[in-house]
Design a protein around this ligand. Sequence first.
Ligand SMILES: [Zn+2]
Length: 456
Amino acid sequence: MTSLLFSRALTPNGWCDDVRVEISGQGMIRSLEPGCRDAALPVIGGVAIPGVPNAHSHAHQRLLAGLAETGAGRDSFTRWRELMYRIVGRIDPDRFQAVASLAYMEMLKSGYTSVAEFHYLHHDAGGSPYAQPAEMGLRCIAAAEDAGIALTLLPSLYVHGGFGPAPAGAGQARFVCDAGGYMEIYSALAKAVEDRPEVRLGFAPHSLRAVDEPLLKEVLAGVRQADPDAPVHMHVAEQRSEVDDCLAWCGATPVRRLLDGIAVDARWNLVHATHMSDSERSALAATQASVVLCPTTEANLGDGTFPARKWLDLEGRFSIGSDSQITISPTDELRLLEYAQRLASESRNVLADESGESLGRVLLGGALKGGALALAQRCGVLEEGARADIVVLDGEHPALIARDGDEVLDSWIFAGGAACVRDVFVGGRQVVSGGRHVNEPEIVARYREAVRALLQ
Ligand SMILES: [Zn+2]
């Protein structure tokens, strides 16, 4: 058992001073006691808040960040996808792990403490399964271990190249599984995570473009048999062209088709869901399913703006994700989520509510609660029974000086950003200290080798 003493912390009862946190050998909070002055324990100054779950990541896409910013309009999206497929054609398990470790390290340094990895890169460069079919998924787990981040691994089911169904193209050969192949990977991963409380397994049917409904139902039944509570994540309605293609194929939008064909419920997380009609939005909110919003990626790819005010008015739940890793920071996602609404509505504090809490507190609170549900892990809150995932913001950072309570969160999210993150604990184990990751030199060195080999 470990004990940590924080000078100030955000708890379910609000801001508390001198908070002693007792942590079990499994990394869970056994007790949390405010107003505790224990002379034997060093005080951790600054402001302790729950670590943020990152609910959508494609770790290998970290390699591409910034490389598709030439060319105009739709051409640049094609360029990004072609570049992604080129790298996908080359990356091997060692280099994949090196890239994922770097992405996960950067997540920790920015305030994320857990990640849902939407993992579709299953096979070797020729599209054949590895000798260990779950090799690449196991490398995700190894990368999470290198960095010390908690993980919900979402092996993706990907079969078709488009609606119709269209056959998968050569660039997609590494992603494609049938139901049997998928369950083989899922079972191997389930075995691997058995004794790891910081790793959870879920199911990610890639999208309605890539998976037909009979197959989705068949595999979902297999997953439910293994784990009734497994979270389900699926891309939907990210770009208008996807909605148009689905309409042309079957006369229904992807969200409508999904809601009519599949029993979507609170275990479901729809990634992006940018383009929904008012009636689709209401119907989706009524299922208790969540949306996973990735504002920096959605902005970078020109997807469109998610109407977050309308979603929150329906009491819709949301989580945030770094997705393509164009930048990696929960504050970037939350700031842009709000700013996109401000630009569209020509007003301020659009996502604030009636609680009297500041906007930063409301945004962070939504992402913590929704993120924990999306990852199906006990995290996102500093209370007994939750994992001790704790981020300490530096009260001496210029952006945070003379801020108190919720003002700290507002100044972190809207002004200071990742530079304010000083110390990070996952399951009570310190992984970032003074803004540096404990394995930073090794992780960066391996990444440098991988990125040069893959891009040159
Ligand atoms: Zn995605």
